[in-house]
Design a protein around this ligand. Structure first.
Ligand code: GLN
Length: 242
């Protein structure tokens, strides 16, 4: 963290912001401010260079063509890769998650190189698009409550030996491979298929990102009653028979 506070970068809002992804940036900002931290947030458009020395980077979901363009530009830019080398924390959603992987299938039906920051490969699912509520039990090493979210994707994602599933789905398709996994993570890079926006529905993930960025084990508690009420409501709605 610099003297000017926690540096948060929202990557490519002009291409990857289909599902209210700004909400994720707002939640990280707010949760840090509630702990008395100054926050310096930068929204980096796709015609700008990605800064390499921020603390937390957020990269969102998008449609297939913008996803191809975003991946091309990020690969050329190289800023995210350098940021990871500098110890940054990255949180990605859906198209952003696929872009951080080693490869995905683009809107032209061709395999396209990803940034290789997460050991996953995405292909195009042949089955119906994965759309609907998601409930997931998170990898216990992360110490997070049950996740709730919403997914909408055609791609399916296979996790390699260099990454671990973020969660196991109780409801929903997650990575879509049929093995019950959802999302992936290594020590500093996280990916999920959940929109929501996911951090508004699961603010403990935002806290986890802040803790990792600050290299601390705990943050002062904040009032989470509203979030917990939302979580209960979403779990009950998701489990209701159709
Ligand atoms: N284009 C990707 C897919 O359908 C990602 C979509 C998204 O971000 N919702 O798999």
């Amino acid at each position: 963290m610099s003297d000017r506070g926690l540096r948060v970068v929202w990557v490519y809002p002009d291409l990857l912001s289909t599902y209210g992804d700004q909400g994720n940036a707002l939640v990280v900002e707010r949760r840090a401010q509630q702990r008395g931290l100054a926050v310096q947030r930068t929204d980096v458009r796709s015609d700008e260079q990605v800064p390499t020395s921020a603390d937390i980077y957020l990269i969102g979901g998008g449609e297939d063509r913008p996803q191809r363009l975003a991946a091309e530009r990020l690969l050329r830019d190289g800023g995210l890769q350098r940021a990871v080398d500098n110890g940054a924390i990255i949180f990605s959603v859906c198209a952003g998650y696929q872009i951080l992987g080693r490869e995905f299938v683009n809107d032209l039906g061709e395999p396209q190189k990803g940034l290789g920051l997460l050991d996953v490969v995405s292909t195009r699912g042949e089955a119906e698009r994965c759309v609907g509520d998601v409930l997931g039990d998170v990898d216990e090493r992360l110490g997070l409550p049950q996740l709730t979210g919403f997914e909408n994707h055609q791609g399916i994602t296979h996790i390699g030996s260099g990454a671990r599933p973020l969660a196991r789905v109780r409801l929903g398709k997650g990575n879509g491979t049929g093995d019950g996994t959802e999302g992936a993570w290594n020590d500093t890079v996280f990916g999920t298929y959940m929109h929501g926006p996911v951090l508004a529905r699961n603010p403990q993930i935002a806290d986890m990102l802040i803790k990792l960025a600050l290299d601390v084990n705990a943050l002062p508690p904040v009032d989470d009653q509203w979030y917990e009420a939302l979580r209960k409501e979403r779990i009950a709605a998701a489990l209701q028979p159709a």
